[in-house]
Design a protein around this ligand. Structure first.
Ligand code: SF4
Length: 397
């Protein structure tokens, strides 16, 4: 079987000053005093990360996108970022014009810091604002406050960064529709090139999971979160943002190229504690603690950078493609599905989608399937569940 060559790399920087109450990501809390080179913990991690990068087989041409996610990548010093980028460059090469994105949290950097990153090639920043209201930020366990947000936004505007995005969370405890509207207006006023909006997910293992039940007070009702989604879609579209993905809006020319790799189900390298990679049909999630990650890097080096994971069955690859592809406004090309499953696939699709096609929530044209915005996006999970059932029946002997 031949596989597409990866041209994207995700780098996980698993450090935060404190853990937010809704977060179950693989991170280590380091407090506020130790940062950058002053933190032995971060430097030790960066060294292991670079060991992992160096041990990894080169599977394709130079990288077209690199994404530093976390955690809080802006806790890296400029020198640490340089060390990682240099290692990537040496191992895989970084193509001219590559998109290099970095997640940054308000209150963890200043203008010199941003410009230092930009000088190294960072050309897209994703600013984790989440909320503009101090009470909401406090209730979520966020470290930063509104004053940090205002300063961070000023830095974005004065910096050399050519493209920046602002992240917001909807559906927070005690958040009203009116507050959400205000938040959207605040976001637009900062004039980012891109806005990401995530609806709060309550993970059972987090403080929020122990404190709140989805849909119950003080969390907004389901009807309110649906209204929040519609309001965001209307408000941001009117403000000139293209709703190109279920949770993402961009001004022309500012879509996130790296994240499109995921939504188009293309392969990518993943590096660092807890990071997932998808190469040669193998999906692999790295260990989620510092110690187990280091042990894993040691054995990975000894095996010559081989993952030895089973190749995902074709059905799974295709259902993955369906799941991520239907997040995009343009939807998916069905040609590959028809090739894999034959004419029975088209019959199944028509039967599964009949009610959604009739209501206009799904649209089938020019052999492409997409969900409408916002009605189709709002029921994407239901549509996907129906499609997965249909595919399962097709493939069950
Ligand atoms: S900053 Fe992000 S990764 Fe860190 S604890 Fe908060 S939500 Fe989790």
């Amino acid at each position: 079987m031949s596989f597409l060559a990866p041209t994207s790399a995700y780098i996980h920087i698993p450090f935060c000053r404190r853990r937010c109450f809704y977060c179950d990501f693989p991170i280590s809390v380091i407090g506020n005093r130790q940062r950058g080179e002053t933190s032995g913990t971060i430097q030790t991690y960066v060294n292991w990360l670079c060991q992992e990068i160096k041990a990894t087989a080169v599977l394709g041409p130079p990288l077209q996108t690199v994404f530093f996610g976390g955690g809080t990548p802006s806790l890296l010093s400029v020198a640490q970022l340089e060390q990682i980028l240099h290692t990537l460059e040496q191992q895989f090469g970084v193509a001219p014009g590559a998109e290099i994105s970095m997640e940054m949290d308000p209150g963890t950097f200043d203008l010199a810091h941003v410009n230092g990153y930009c000088t190294l090639g960072v050309n897209r920043i994703s600013l984790g604002v989440q909320a503009f209201d101090d009470d909401l930020l406090e209730r979520c366990g966020r470290f930063h406050r509104r004053t940090d947000v205002d300063r961070a936004v000023d830095d974005m505007r004065q910096s050399q960064v050519p493209s920046w995005s602002l992240d917001l969370i909807s559906g927070l405890p005690y958040q009203s529709l009116a507050q959400w509207h205000e938040m959207l207006e605040c976001a637009i006023a900062t004039q980012p090139h891109h806005i990401s909006i995530y609806d709060l997910t309550i993970e059972p293992s987090t403080p929020f999971g122990k404190q709140y039940q989805p849909g119950e007070q003080p969390l907004p009702t389901e009807a309110t979160t649906v209204e929040m989604y519609r309001l965001a879609q209307r408000t941001l579209t009117i403000a000139g943002y293209d709703h190109y993905e279920i949770s993402n809006y961009a001004k022309p020319g500012h879509q996130c190229r790296h994240n499109r790799t995921y939504w188009e189900n293309r392969p990518f390298y993943g590096f660092g504690m807890g990071a997932t990679s998808y190469t040669q049909g193998q999906r692999f999630a790295r260990p989620r603690t510092q110690q187990t990650y280091r042990q894993w890097v040691e054995s990975y080096q000894q095996t010559g950078g081989k993952l030895n994971e089973p190749t995902l069955p074709l059905t799974e690859q295709l259902t993955d493609r369906l799941m991520v592809g239907l997040r995009l406004a343009e939807g998916i090309d069905l040609a590959e599905f028809v090739q894999a499953f034959g004419a029975a696939f088209t019959t199944m699709l028509d039967a599964c989608l009949k009610p959604y096609l009739k209501s206009g929530q799904a649209v089938l044209e020019n052999n492409r399937l997409r969900l409408s915005d916002p009605d189709g996006f709002l029921i994407s999970n239901t549509v996907l569940a129906d499609l997965f059932n249909g595919i399962e029946q097709l493939t069950t002997p």
